[in-house]
Design a protein around this ligand. Structure first.
Ligand code: PLP
Length: 386
């Protein structure tokens, strides 16, 4: 029998990040810059807490919306970091950050609803919205004056009466754009006045280099504002393989979140959640050390990419990616394949981050600075030959 999938399955496609990665996995001497992670394992203090939890028998089912101690630790974390008093019912830990994006999309969007994605963007988000049946349009950041920026008036004008959600990722994967507080306030006002849910992806909130954390909508938004913040442990604490994130919703969503947490995952692994508590309570020094290492790599990336005549590089303010445009190419996927097979450097093709990015590539600079330097020299060496 021919399998029958829902009609909107046709709108989905595999991410271009994976299309390159599957071709290069296991290649000897490879410089993998394609995924959003560094080369360091999760800090020991976090690993130890997880091992101890396993040894103590923390292998059973748990509350689907997240263990009470973890949700409480998240409240304390937010309250301390942002000087706020976050209502505990607003915090949910159903599984990975990706899962929180999926739940947010399905909680808000109905087939035929319109959603606007601030782009360039991480491709999985668009797929989650399309899987919820939404019509998606893009509003692109621009990169004049040496930094990525967003024209807020343009973003607001891109919304229609059918728009139910705006997705904004700050700090941004792949550009490193960071939205400042005054723009956040304007955007939140707009969403309030139009009844649009703002899906704020703050998973890189600690991956900034000129301050301790990026501005968060949670610093000023009220309990009932149309705001869903998704966040996670992957990036700040080098916990990508743990698959754990959290979300902060309006207070009125508590019951829906309890139901949906059961349906989607029936809870995140118990011992993983105990490791996450250690990240929040004991992981600050490690987080800082990781960030210091990324900062050293950022300097290398800015120097090498910024100094090459065929690379149009805009220095990122946050996250750990560079998203340069390569001059003189017309197909970023072909370029990424050539770079992989000739120079053993794995990057992600720009097209997968939304329209108008076909001659861009994304590379993650979270690798240790000395190895990144080798990788980027291999990259520019390839570019000089073609
Ligand atoms: C912008 C953005 N949001 C969400 C995620 C998902 O994070 P996680 O791996 O914790 O599910 C990623 C992962 O790369 C990301 O870049």
């Amino acid at each position: 029998m021919k399998p029958q999938f829902p009609a909107n399955f046709e709108d989905l496609e595999r991410s271009g990040i994976g299309i390159i990665a599957v071709q290069g996995f296991g290649m000897e001497g490879l410089y993998p810059l394609w995924f959003g992670e560094g080369s360091e394992t999760t800090p020991k203090v976090i690993r130890d807490a997880c091992i101890e939890a396993l040894d103590q028998g923390e292998t059973f089912y748990n509350i689907p919306r997240g263990r009470a101690e973890l949700r409480n630790a998240l409240k304390v974390y937010h309250d301390t970091l942002y000087s706020i008093d976050l209502h505990p019912d607003r915090i949910h830990v159903p599984g990975s950050t990706m899962l929180t994006v999926m739940i947010a999309a399905h909680m808000v969007l109905r087939p035929g609803d319109h959603a606007v994605i601030v782009t360039p963007h991480w491709p999985n988000v668009e797929m989650a919205m399309k899987w919820a049946g939404a019509e998606v349009s893009h509003f692109r950041q621009n990169s004049g004056n040496g930094k990525w920026a967003l024209n807020l008036d343009g973003l607001m004008a891109a919304c229609t009466p059918d728009t139910k959600m705006i997705y904004l990722n700050s700090p941004c994967n792949p550009t490193g754009y960071v939205m400042e507080r005054s723009d956040q306030e304007r955007l939140m006002d707009f969403c309030r006045s139009r009844g649009i849910v703002l899906l704020a992806d703050e998973v890189y909130h600690r991956t900034v280099y000129d301050r301790n954390y990026a501005p968060s909508f949670l610093e000023f938004a009220g309990d009932d504002d149309p705001l869903i913040v998704v966040n996670g442990f992957s990036k700040g604490w080098a916990m990508t393989g743990w698959r754990l994130g959290w979300m902060v919703t309006p207070k009125a969503y508590e019951e829906q979140m309890a139901v949906l947490s059961e349906i989607y995952n029936t809870g995140a692994p118990s011992f993983i959640q105990l490791g996450a508590i250690a990240a929040l309570e004991k992981g600050e020094t490690a987080l800082d050390g990781l960030r210091q290492s990324y900062k050293e790599s950022l300097i290398v990336a800015n120097e090498i990419l910024g100094g090459h005549p065929r690379i149009e590089h805009t220095a990122p303010e946050g996250a750990f990616y560079a998203f340069p445009r390569i001059k003189g190419i017309d197909d970023g996927l072909k370029f990424a394949e050539g770079l992989l097979f000739d120079a053993k450097v794995g990057v992600a093709p720009g097209y997968t981050f939304g329209p108008e990015n076909e001659t861009h590539i994304r590379l993650c600079f979270a690798m240790k600075a000395d190895r990144l330097e080798e990788a980027l020299h291999a990259f520019t060496g390839y570019l000089d030959q073609i």
